[in-house]
Design a protein around this ligand. Structure first.
Ligand SMILES: [Zn+2]
Length: 495
């Protein structure tokens, strides 16, 4: 449907024009300054009749989500992004004051739980988060502000088949970690650093399809088996440089070096927001004497242990979505009577983390007529992982206070560089108008030729061509098998 042909569309365009007219340079957004001025979110008052602190199997989970969407039709929308191998729906609940429609200019964010089937604390936390949001909207200013300004998509379980064969009270081990075909879903995504030869699984494909359709700004993936907020990269270009002996492979595996993104300051900040609002995480106490203690409760993923095919690197490198991995329980599948305590520990973190989507820069890219430009590529200078505008020409980028330059490209338009300032108190609104590129005379034989802006790849990738092209031939040897085995063992022990 063409935007102009509907009344709602015309109102929307008027709003877009108005914003474009009044905020032609970097300005601030009054309606989104509020998060800092608001009182802290109130504690959730659980209602056992709606949702108790017990584990919910797939049927119970489905029933809860359906009942909630029926009871709160103005705040929730339930959809399925696909099915697991055994035919269980991968339900996503949207919680927002605009559950069915993207709010133009406002960010979409997500949580993903239970990607490892035997790590279900996050799955239950996300059900309670849904219940908390819908039951607090009318009484809690912070929750109301968050839901009025953000569309929150919650996938409580990405691996319902794995959950179905997991056992309550099992703190370690791999039973139920994998999907029904035995694949680790957090090793099943395309990888920037190493070629990932694992066959794509339906659960992974559903998530890939989902995040290709919605421009998520911020995301958290919930795990268990450790207590830490872990941020990209999970993988590293370096872990295979030493491959002449099994000992060497072991050494490489266990003394991992950090693998930092160009947005390291932002990722550290996001991880600290989660850890510091958590009751215990930022103390950085080791789960067991044999497991690592994490300073301030955060770590770079690869510095903990490198892995190939993880979901957070994929979100970031492919779509510019800032995803971190939240390990929220030392025991992977603790007894149900502990769930209430886990909720109390995580409640504030789960909310405050999502509010971080309102930090940094946001805006629109327009053509000279004031129409939005879709799929314009934007890159913050010095941060070579880019992102693209939505069909409404919107973009968002979480950034800490400072001076920045953005490079904006779009097919058929002259590229632009724009400077802007980020402050702590509120997001910066940056609207960019691109001028149509000029015709270049005398280029090409037949037909008109147009100036093309500097060729921008569909998605910017950090540091040139994928390194795995060169490294692939070394991946299949005996030593990489040993090393992969150790990695797998290591990750079974930890999150
Ligand atoms: Zn996990």
């Amino acid at each position: 449907m063409i935007l102009r042909n509907t009344i709602a569309g015309q109102v929307l365009l008027l709003l877009l024009y108005a914003r474009h007219t009044f905020f032609s340079s970097a300005k601030t957004v009054a309606s989104e300054q509020l998060s800092m001025a608001l009182p802290e979110p109130r504690a959730y008052l659980p209602d056992a009749q709606n949702l108790d602190f017990v584990y919910h199997d797939h049927e119970e989970l489905t029933r809860f989500l359906r009942a909630t969407s029926a009871r709160y039709p103005n705040l929730t929308a339930l959809y399925s992004i696909g099915k697991s191998i055994q035919g269980r729906d991968l339900w996503v609940m949207v919680v927002s004051s605009s559950p069915y429609e993207h709010m133009v200019g406002k960010p979409d964010v997500k949580y993903v739980g239970n990607i490892h089937g035997n790590e279900p604390v996050g799955r239950e936390m996300l059900l309670h988060l849904i219940q908390y949001f819908v039951s607090s909207y009318n009484t809690d200013q912070y929750v109301k502000w968050l839901l009025d300004n953000t569309r929150i998509h919650i996938l409580p379980t990405m691996n319902p088949d794995g959950y179905a064969v997991s056992k309550e009270g099992t703190c370690d081990g791999g039973q139920g970690r994998y999907n029904a075909r035995g694949f680790d879903l957090n090793r099943n995504f395309p990888d920037y650093f190493k070629q990932n030869n694992k066959r794509g699984q339906p659960e992974t494909d559903a998530v890939k399809d989902w995040i290709s359709k919605i421009q998520f700004v911020l995301s958290g993936s919930l795990h268990g088996g450790a207590l830490v907020a872990s941020y990209p990269y999970d993988n590293t270009p370096n872990s295979r440089i030493c491959r002449s002996s099994a000992l060497c492979a072991m050494f490489q595996t266990y003394s991992a070096a950090p693998s930092l993104t160009p947005d390291d300051d932002v990722f550290k900040h996001l991880s600290l927001v989660y850890a510091r609002n958590h009751a215990k995480m930022s103390r950085g106490v080791a789960c067991k004497s044999a497991t690592p203690a994490f300073e301030n409760g955060i770590t770079n993923g690869a510095a903990w242990y490198p892995l190939t095919g993880g979901m957070q690197d994929y979100n970031y490198v492919w779509y510019g979505c800032m995803e971190i991995t939240l390990e929220i329980s030392c025991c992977k599948f603790p007894p149900a009577y502990e769930l209430k305590k886990y909720w109390e520990d995580n409640q504030l973190s789960l909310i405050k983390f999502l509010a971080e989507a309102h930090r940094g820069v946001q805006g629109f890219v327009f053509d000279p007529a004031g129409m939005p430009i879709e799929r314009a590529s934007i890159k913050i200078k010095g941060r070579d992982v880019g992102f693209q505008t939505t069909k409404y020409g919107e973009f968002w980028r979480i950034l800490l206070p400072g001076y920045y330059k953005a490079e904006v490209f779009a097919e058929g338009y002259a590229p632009r560089e724009v400077e802007f300032v980020i402050v702590e108190q509120h997001p910066t609104l940056l609207n960019v108008t691109l001028q149509a590129s000029k015709r270049v005379e005398g280029v090409g034989a037949g037909g008109p030729s147009y100036y093309r802006p500097m060729q921008a790849p569909q998605h910017y990738r950090p540091g040139g061509p994928p390194p795995y092209a060169a490294a692939a031939s070394t991946e299949n040897g005996i030593f990489s098998t040993i090393s992969n085995g150790l990695n797998s063992l290591y990750s079974n022990i930890f999150g």
